[in-house]
Design a binder for this molecule. Structure first.
Ligand SMILES: Cc1cc2nc3c(=O)[nH]c(=O)nc-3n(C[C@H](O)[C@H](O)[C@H](O)COP(=O)(O)OP(=O)(O)OC[C@H]3O[C@@H](n4cnc5c(N)ncnc54)[C@H](O)[C@@H]3O)c2cc1C
Length: 394
């Protein structure tokens, strides 16, 4: 497998890296210290610059207003952007909007694309994705019980969801709800677009996650649907297609998550390197001269390189042979990369001593992020079971 990059792509990655260092790293402190109003203004200005550089929405095809070429290229861009918690948002390819946009692009009707996809890709509105429920196991979504009933040409939706990331300030959610309670378990649910201004929709709270409560795009909400009424045509795909669509949404999205995490790992090693090279532990030595610190760096570099190859191989296989053929690799990279990067961030954080625990550097945020990475979009155990079963039964 050849991962030699064309001059054109290398040049694009260099431009993105340079933008990150010049424009995004300097505003990260606003995010880490929760100066939300200043942050959102600064982000908006960065987004305008990215649009003028014609680097906006690398996950969407040109026909939809993006710059997508192929999944391998997107993965490499995602790695660069992942080095900052703000990277994907500034470039218009942030979760959960990216997954929702990709879904609407593939399966939305003309009207849905006009009304929701266009402004979403343009960055004029935001969205969220409401599948997980507090009272049912998210690892087995066939158990979910939030309901949508069709009456007189409208869906009447009732239920409770949580971890609806970015709900605060979003224009709509895609809600995964049961429309056919008596159907076979993988045909019971559908995805329905619910504008958040719909009567009966409520954000109950923004959840505090490991001590951090985000705002707007950076929040995770618990939400309720109390007889929310939306038109029948707000369904995406057909009635009962929810699980098939979820696979489409989450599958290639996992490559994007993995590459973002690799970016997190890369930046973490960089932050550690800068600290080790300047931190004096005696009159004549800096930490970088300590063999134990050197060993930690070497382990992180090796871990990251190996995981990176696995993810790029999977992206390339999806590009060449389609998602169906690479399904097992996707499960493997999901749990493997999340665990590798968690270890890398942990070593880097340790190397900074007390500073690593503060929000003066990006590492404590990355630490929380990588812990969550082992849970969202399928917990470690679930991916391990799925991959092992496929192998054992093949
Ligand atoms: C930061 C963050 C953001 C999120 N964003 C969203 C979002 O935008 N939209 C959304 O819908 N959801 C979102 N989620 C929810 C996430 O997808 C679920 O938390 C995840 O699917 C796990 O479901 P659960 O929490 O109900 O855990 P459960 O299913 O209750 O599982 C609990 C634990 O049990 C173990 N386990 C589960 N099944 C098995 C098994 N078969 N065998 C062995 N062990 C098992 C795993 O260790 C798992 O962590 C987010 C979660 C986090 C943490």
């Amino acid at each position: 497998m050849n991962f030699t990059l064309s001059d054109k792509l290398q040049n694009k990655l260099n431009r993105i890296q340079s933008f990150l260092e010049k424009e995004i790293y300097p505003i990260e402190h606003l995010f880490l210290n929760h100066h939300w109003d200043e942050l959102f203004a600064a982000l908006e200005s960065c987004r305008l610059k990215v649009k003028s550089l014609k680097l906006w929405a690398p996950n969407m095809p040109k026909s939809e207003g993006g710059t997508f070429e192929n999944l391998t290229e997107l993965a490499l861009i995602g790695e660069v952007l992942g080095q900052s918690p703000l990277g994907h948002f500034v470039f218009g390819c942030q979760a959960p909007d990216a997954g929702n946009a990709e879904l609407l692009h593939l399966f939305g009707t003309g009207e849905q694309k006009e009304k929701w996809l266009k402004p979403l890709v343009a960055g004029k509105i935001r969205s969220c994705f409401a599948m997980t429920e507090p009272h049912t196991a998210g690892s087995n979504p066939t158990l979910l019980d939030s309901r949508a009933e069709l009456k007189d040409g409208n869906w009447h939706i009732n239920g409770r969801k949580w971890f609806t990331t970015s709900a605060e300030g979003a224009a709509f959610t895609i809600a995964m709800v049961v429309t056919n309670p008596d159907a076979p378990k993988h045909k019971r649910a559908s995805m329905i677009i619910v504008p958040l201004e719909t009567k009966g929709f409520e954000i109950v709270r923004n959840i505090s996650v490991m001590g951090a409560k985000g705002k707007g795009y950076f929040s995770h909400a618990e939400v309720t649907f109390n007889d929310c009424v939306v038109p029948q045509e707000n369904i995406i795909g057909g009635d009962g297609d929810g699980f098939a669509l979820a696979q489409e949404r989450l599958g290639p999205g996992r490559i994007q998550h993995c590459m973002r995490w690799l970016g997190i790992g890369k930046r973490s090693i960089q932050v550690s390197k800068e600290f080790l090279n300047r931190r004096k532990i005696s009159n004549s030595q800096v930490l970088a001269q300590q063999p134990l610190m050197q060993a930690a760096i070497a382990e992180s570099l090796a871990d990251l390189s190996a995981a990176r190859l696995l993810v790029l191989q999977t992206a390339s296989n999806i590009d060449n042979y389609g998602f169906e053929k690479a399904k097992n690799e996707v499960s493997l990279i999901k749990f493997h990369t999340a665990n590798v990067v968690q270890r890398v961030v942990d070593r880097s954080l340790q190397s900074l001593g007390g500073l690593g625990m503060t929000d003066d550097t990006v590492l404590s945020f990355f630490y929380r992020e990588e812990r969550a990475a082992r849970i969202y979009d399928g917990a470690d155990e679930v991916h391990k079971i799925v991959a092992a079963k496929r192998f054992l039964n093949s």
